[in-house]
Design a protein around this ligand. Sequence first.
Ligand SMILES: Cc1ncc(COP(=O)(O)O)c(C=O)c1O
Length: 380
Amino acid sequence: MDIESLISPHLRAMQPYTPIAPFEVLARRLGRDPSQIVKLDANENLYGPSPRALQAIAQCGAFHIYPDPDQTALREAISAYINVPAAQVLCGAGADEVIDLLTRAFVQPGDVVIDLPPTFGMYRFESDVVNARYIAVPRRPDFSVDVDAVCAAVMDMQSAGQTPKLLFLSNPNNPDGSLIDEDDLRRLLELPLVVVLDEAYIDFSGRPSCAAWVCEWDNLVVLRTFSKLAGLAGLRVGYGVFPLQIIRHLWKIKQPYTPNVAASVAAIAALSDPDYLRDTVQRIVAERERLKGALKEVGWLHVYPSHTNFVLCRVDRTRAPDTLLRSSEPIGKVLKQALQDRGVLVRYFDKDGLRDCVRVSVGKPEHTEALLNALRDIAA
Ligand SMILES: Cc1ncc(COP(=O)(O)O)c(C=O)c1O
């Protein structure tokens, strides 16, 4: 039997998502102890979770019991935190799971999903899984959203008899850290589609969340996560905030037992410690500004403005050290490898507009120092 022919044709041809290489694997490959590696490649929160979250896990005696499928306590805690009724909140194993639910709920094969690249790769990945017609409306060179182009694309589709279903908008955007203007967001919300506003990094932007807007706009979904703000990326817990007409369908198709018990108690405890959250955000934002200043002083990196816990840098070929120019590989890839050889992990994207860039997550001051030392060494 030809098993391959039984796999859905669109999945046979599909490109897999490129996740971050596991830490221990890289450490082994580099011949280094994991403690000697500076991990600035996945926008994790290196300050870690509130001690209350760790305590909640240690004290939880319910790991042999399935989680509450209604997520009652977690949704109530989130509701109080964001000031939106719990009935409009649904949690998942990371915001990633909520993206998966949205594409499964809205998209039939051939339906249009609009994406604004360069951006978070999960939108494309989940669109491909459900065999959506993926339409990219590229951002401008400064990474701002070309709202006119989005409106024109939607009009074109409508005249061709097609109804776009979802538009994904990371705000701030991963990988550059830019924010969309409120007026532009409103223009996108006027379009006849559902806007999925991904606020994974909003806490580092100084801007208020738009979560409460879901009470006003019936075509808006807002995504949030505990991975970045609360330092719980490894536990996988995130949520969406929805209009009631949307959320009831998502409950029907959701696997019943995510997030798991440990993730739920940790997330609730994290929200019970607002001073810790606020303090961590302040430290990350302060370190981001210091990192930006130091990277600008390197002299051969263009540093993009960022409202997140990461910074995108473009290598200026005219000033870059010779060591980076010798290879025929894209210069961003060469820089990423050179840093990796020195024990510092950053992210490179093999994508249009990003091949001469690396994205660096904001860590603690000692991580910034390690990065700067590695950059000095590369230039030496
Ligand atoms: C824009 C954006 N949204 C969502 C996520 C994923 O969040 P989670 O860890 O909750 O799945 C990420 C992770 O890097 C991200 O960059």
